[in-house]
Design a protein around this ligand. Structure first.
Ligand code: UT7
Length: 325
């Protein structure tokens, strides 16, 4: 009787429109918004991001990512019995984007729901899928992070609009007799709602409040570096592992300075830090599975290696998942 869950396939997808910092800066300049490649690279490590076309939704981006993950795992859509999609940019108010994705994949019948934990969404979703598999409620889950953050950016606010991008990543998580996911550690502190939020909502057929992203970048930065270290240490302790056993640290890809600081606090050499923020920008719930898939497909990440996945973001939410691939 299997008592563990293990990732058996990864996949990802980026929309084709890629904007370098210089291209984005040139577009923003036409609206009187001043920024530069130098500022963005120095403060964030971001060099480019992808933006989806106006009619492309999160579930559209999730379809090819999910198909690639299923192909890598060698499973057919009929074999999947759970879909969890982490997103803060769902296709509709309801139903869930997971249900929309399920239909687009030609599937029907299995449980499907969204998780809303902003940039921590993927580690939340992976932890819930792991718990459902360990409890026997599911045997083969599709866990997806997909976002179109370009939809909720205020392109007159240079402190936020240069940071985010669109994309999707997915994994197949299956019941296994050998341990894959070793430990998880999830947290939230709702008193920090205001430092990273999209405050608007729909009421009486109108959008009330501001429907665009607001962030106090410095407040997020300060909180992030502390909680990422704590969550990583907690999972290591739960799993009986030590920091030097980690092969790859795969944190939420928001800012290279936060990522490097986390690696240093964990006494990990920077060559064990997986970096895709330079090419993807911050894709919120999609950033970790995008980075994971890029590491697997480039051959950097190898089977049986010990991976530390870490998310942090709006809520305030944070968490980590330690796993053997
Ligand atoms: O996904 C959820 C997690 N989110 C994050 O992890 C984000 C965390 N925060 C950050 O990554 C950083 O705080 C930012 C990248 C958002 C900002 O970096 P910073 O080093 O904290 O810069 P700052 O906000 O202190 O701004 C420094 C200066 C300001 O000018 P003054 O007041 O010193 O004259 C800003 O107005 O940089 C200016 N500035 C810009 N200049 C050119 C802010 N944005 C830009 C810009 N281009 N895009």
């Amino acid at each position: 009787m299997p008592t563990y869950s293990r990732i058996t396939g990864t996949g990802s997808y980026l929309p084709p429109r890629r904007l370098s910092n210089a291209e984005l800066a040139a577009e923003l300049a036409t609206q009187g918004v001043e920024t530069s490649d130098d500022w963005i690279v120095e403060r964030t490590g971001i060099r480019a991001r992808h933006f989806a076309a106006a009619d492309v939704t999160s579930s559209d981006l999730a379809v090819p990512a999910a198909q690639a993950a299923m192909e890598a795992a060698g499973v057919t859509p009929e074999q999947i019995d759970l879909i969890i999609m982490a997103t803060s940019t769902p296709d509709m108010v309801f139903p869930s984007s997971a249900c929309i994705l399920q239909n687009k994949l030609g599937m029907a019948g299995c449980a499907a729901f969204d998780i809303q934990a902003v940039c921590s969404g993927f580690v939340y979703a992976l932890t819930v899928a792991d718990a459902m598999i360990k409890s026997g409620a599911a045997t083969r889950a599709l866990v997806v992070g997909a976002e179109v953050f370009s939809r909720i950016l205020d392109f007159s606010d240079r402190t936020t609009c240069v940071l985010f991008g669109d994309g999707a990543g997915a994994v197949v998580l299956e019941a296994s007799g050998t341990p894959g996911i070793l430990a998880s550690d999830l947290h939230a502190d709702g008193k920090h709602v205001g430092i990273l939020c999209v405050p608007g909502h729909v009421s009486g057929g109108k959008v009330l409040g501001d429907p665009l992203l607001k962030m106090d970048g410095q407040a997020v930065f300060k909180l992030a570096v502390g909680v990422l270290e704590d969550a990583a240490r907690a999972t290591l302790e739960k799993a009986g592992k030590t920091h030097d056993q980690i092969d790859w640290l795969i944190p939420h890809q928001a800012n290279i300075r936060i990522m490097q600081s986390t690696a240093k606090r964990l006494k990990l050499p920077l060559d064990r830090l997986l970096v895709t923020v330079d090419q993807h920008g911050n894709t919120s719930a999609a950033s970790i599975p995008l980075a994971l898939d890029s590491g697997v497909r480039s051959g950097k990440i190898k089977k049986d290696q010990l991976l530390m996945l870490e998310g942090v973001g709006g809520g305030f939410t944070w968490g980590a998942v330690l796993l053997n691939l």
